[in-house]
Design a protein around this ligand. Structure first.
Ligand SMILES: Nc1ncnc2c1ncn2[C@@H]1O[C@H](COP(=O)(O)OP(=O)(O)OP(=O)(O)O)[C@@H](O)[C@H]1O
Ligand SMILES: [Mg+2]
Length: 265
């Protein structure tokens, strides 16, 4: 039995569907269950820092420095003030930096070779990815044990799920035969609307095995937390969406079998 922390990439090629909110609050919920967690921001937008209430101007060392061998892994770890939760940020990138990061990320094995030995010190490593499939998303998927796919109700998001499934099959074949699917997570779900119901029905029709039991409700407190520069689970642990993230953490910890990509092909 491998004792290495499980590396979960949170990714889908669609913007604004709750990837970062999920990465942060799932990481906190797991850490509150006593698990040792590392959260890594791999989105050049650097939203995880703001979501954790960290001022981006105060970040000196980030994952980009590690990928360029300018800093050690330990040097880049930020204290989040939350027990059991380490964080490696990505600071604001200039246009040129973003091009450099793209070049560094095109060496798909680099991130994997750096992260996998470090994952030994954690129970879970959660990676927030950008809303596209190239660049750092690929680095994350090559290194990851599994992918969690957040989907907000709506046709464009469902199209993005089929796009990522076909991409995952390529990654599985070419770079990471061990990659599994943690599950599809419905986010910003509205229990009383036709759009949410239709999206859920369509997802169950297309991916009957992959939908997680937990879904995250649309909840205004998520926005209030971000205006207050606090993660939802710290700002209002009793909010409906916060409780859903705690439930999601429990569901993932209790899971035995992950979905194999081969079966879904
Ligand atoms: N459950 C929720 N209820 C209401 N609003 C939410 C919920 N989850 C996320 N949001 C809001 O939706 C917006 C997008 O969320 P988030 O930044 O997590 O998405 P993302 O997929 O990471 O976006 P990007 O692709 O830009 O990185 C944010 O304003 C966030 O506050
Ligand atoms: Mg994001």
């Amino acid at each position: 039995m491998c004792t290495m922390g499980k590396i979960i990439a949170i990714a889908i090629p669609k913007g604004g569907v709750g990837k970062t909110t999920t990465a942060i609050n799932l990481a906190i919920a797991l850490s509150q269950s006593g698990k040792k967690i590392l959260l890594i921001d791999l989105d050049p937008a650097g939203s995880c820092s703001s979501g954790l209430g960290i001022n981006k101007d105060e970040i000196n060392i980030d994952i980009f420095n590690i990928l360029q061998f300018n800093a050690s892994f330990q040097q880049a770890i930020l204290n989040t003030g939350i027990n059991n939760l380490d964080f490696i940020p990505l600071k604001h990138l200039t246009y040129l930096d973003e091009i450099r990061l793209g070049k560094v990320a095109s060496n798909e094995q680099l991130f994997k070779n750096i992260i996998r030995p470090e994952a030994l010190s954690y129970d879970y490593v959660i990676i927030d990815c950008p809303p596209y499939l190239t660049g750092t998303t690929n680095s994350a998927l090559v290194a990851a044990d599994s992918i969690l796919i957040p989907v907000m109700p709506g046709q464009f998001s469902i199209d993005a799920v089929s796009k990522i499934f076909s991409h995952l099959r390529t990654i599985h074949r070419t770079h990471n035969p061990e990659l599994k699917i943690e599950g599809i997570l419905l986010t910003m779900y509205e229990f009383n609307t036709n759009v949410s119901f239709a999206a859920k029905k369509e997802l169950f029709r297309k991916y009957p095995e992959h939908i997680l039991n937990t879904s995250i409700p649309k909840n205004a407190t998520v926005g209030e937390a971000s205006i207050n520069n606090k993660p939802l689970l710290i700002f209002e642990p009793n909010a409906r969406a916060a409780k859903a993230y705690t439930k999601l953490a429990t569901e993932l910890m209790e899971r035995k079998d992950l979905f194999s990509l081969v079966r879904s092909a």
